[in-house]
Structure formats: C-alpha cells, structure tokens
Ligand binder design. Structure first.
Ligand code: SAM
Length: 207
C-alpha cells in the first residue's frame, strides 16, 4: 500500500489511476451540478484533471497543499478565469475571494479529522453567495456494500472514512440543509462514496 501511495504522488500516475478505476466519472457527477456563469471554489483540487468538464463560462479558484499537483493544473488550465493556489485554504485565503456559488470538496473530508472538517465547513459556508452550495464527495462505509467495496473503504488513503450519518452530522453543524446519497455505481470496481450537498449556512456569517 505504501508503494501505491508514493506512485500517486506522481501526477500523471494519479490521473491515470483515477481514469482506470472510474473515479473521474464520480467527479463528473458532482460537476454536473454546476451551472454556467457560476463562481467555483475547489478546495483540495489536486491536479484538477476534471477541469475541462466544467460548464463554461465559470470562474474557478483551486487550492491544494501539494505543489506538484498545483503546478500541473496551473500549466494546463490556469488563465484569466482559473487560478490555482498552493496552500491550505484558511481564513486569509477565504477573505481574499469573491462570493462563491459552489464550493467543491472532492475527496477531502475523509482525509480530515472531525475538528478539521468543522473548521473547513464553517470556512466554506462563510464564502458562499446567497443560494450557494457546498458539494462534497468521499469514500464511505455503508451497510449495503459488499466485501470488495468494504475492502476499498478500509484501504483508502484517507484516515477518516466515515458512515454517511457521520458526514451528515458534521455538515449539520454549519448548514441548515444537507442532502446526500450513496454512489456505488460509478466506478469500475465496487466502491461506495457519499455525495453530499450543503446549503443554507447557519453561522454568524449567514446573518
Ligand atoms: C484525494 S485528493 C483529491 C484531489 C481532487 N479533488 C480529486 O478529486 O481528484 C485530496 C487533496 O486534498 C489536498 N489537501 C489536503 N488537505 C488540504 C487542505 N487543508 N487544504 C487544501 N488542500 C488539501 C491534498 O494535497 C490532496 O491533493
């Protein structure tokens, strides 16, 4: 497993593996929720290989802590309407952004502790435009998954793979409306993901 983890630090290998397992198709399902003309923030964007599938026009801001991923994305997709930033998406970064219509957290929350998730979800809520939404996608554990799918969840690189109820509980701390569904028919090998849409922020920034 360590060998695979080091291979995945190589950007073309990461992108190729995503396509082989069909993880790209999961991302496209999330991207389908974006409408032309919207402003998108993608936290933990990685190499953002799904960027060409975004509806146009959009304004896009991608953040990731991994410099090779960001450099790869910037070279291919950077431009007037697409900026890529290397670093943690924090309070200072949030204050420098315009209002955001869609925040994407694709494959991120299951790498974060409850405390880190709460901080990120609060920050995401604080940048939303009226009517804006946060869309997350994560490997999950769910009762109907078979043995292979469960093995995939147990061996995910993320240390915080959760059940849907646990993701919802975290989201409900920051949002009044949370809807989610298990997606288990997108990848080429059995695997279960939790796709969640969060709206109606409840914190002081919503007043
Ligand atoms: C599993 S990858 C997902 C990448 C991409 N969103 C995708 O779906 O292919 C998670 C990414 O989150 C980044 N990451 C982790 N914590 C982060 C943070 N606090 N701020 C920004 N990026 C972070 C990692 O460097 C990694 O590239």
């Amino acid at each position: 497993m360590e060998g695979l983890k080091s291979v995945l630090r190589h950007v073309p290998a990461y992108v190729l593996l995503q396509r082989i397992v069909g993880a790209d198709r999961l991302r496209y399902r999330c991207i389908e929720e974006i409408r032309p003309g919207e402003t998108v923030l993608d936290v933990g964007c990685g190499p953002a290989y799904y960027f060409p599938r975004l509806p146009q026009p959009v304004k896009y801001h991608g953040f990731d802590t991994d410099a090779p991923y960001i450099d790869w994305a910037e070279q291919r997709f950077g431009g007037e309407n697409a900026s890529f930033h290397c670093g943690i998406f924090d309070e200072a970064a949030a204050r420098a952004l315009p209002q955001i219509d869609v925040v994407l957290l694709l494959g991120l929350l299951h790498h974060m502790s409850d405390e880190q998730c709460t901080e990120l979800l609060n920050l995401s809520a604080s940048v939303l435009s009226p009517g804006g939404r946060v869309i997350s996608l994560d490997t999950c554990f769910e009762p109907t998954q078979g043995r292979i799918s469960r093995w995939m969840s147990e061996n995910d690189r993320g240390e915080y793979v959760r059940e849907p109820a646990a993701f919802e509980k975290l989201a409900l701390q920051s949002f009044g409306q949370v809807e989610g569904k298990v997606v288990n028919d997108a990848t080429h090998i059995p695997a279960s993901y939790w796709m969640m849409t969060m709206t109606a922020p409840t914190g002081s920034w919503a007043e």
